[in-house]
Design a protein around this ligand. Sequence first.
Ligand code: MG
Length: 159
Amino acid sequence: MEIRIGIGYDSHRFVKGRPLYLGGVEIPYDMGLLGHSDGDALIHAIIDAILGALSKGDIGKMFPDKDPKFYGIRSTELLKEVKIILDTHNAKIINIDSVVILEEPKIAPYTQSMAHCIASILGIEEHRVSIKGKTNEGMGFIGAKEGIVAIATVIIEIK
Ligand code: MG
C-alpha cells in the first residue's frame, strides 16, 4: 500500500450572464465564472490535486480547452472521468481538503451540498470531503470581486 498527496489550484474570472457553479452546485449570484467548461474552480482544483497525486499531469493536459468536446461541459462530468482514472490505478481517496477564496457570495449554506455531490461522484463518504469558504478581506482581484481562487489537497491510497 502506498500513500500519496496532491495539491491543486485554480482561479476563474467572474462575468455577467453565466450561472455560478461551485463544487457541482449552482449557487444563486448575479455573476458566474468564465471558462471553457462551466468554470467550476473548486472541482478543477480537486481534479488537479487528484491528477497530481497520481503524477498524471493536470486538468489542461487531460481535458484540453482547445477541444470542442469539452466546451460548456459541466465539471462534474470531468470529475467522473477522473474517478475512472482513480479506479484504473486501484487508488482510493482518503480525504480532500479545500478552500474557496471569494468575496461574494457566501458559500457556507452550500458546502454540505457540494461535499455530497463531490463525494458521491468519487464514491467516498461525505465526511472525507472538506470545503471551506474564505474572503480575501477586500484585497486584490478577489477583493474586487473580479474572480475567485480555489485550492485543494488530496490524500490517496494505492493498493
Ligand atoms: Mg479551471
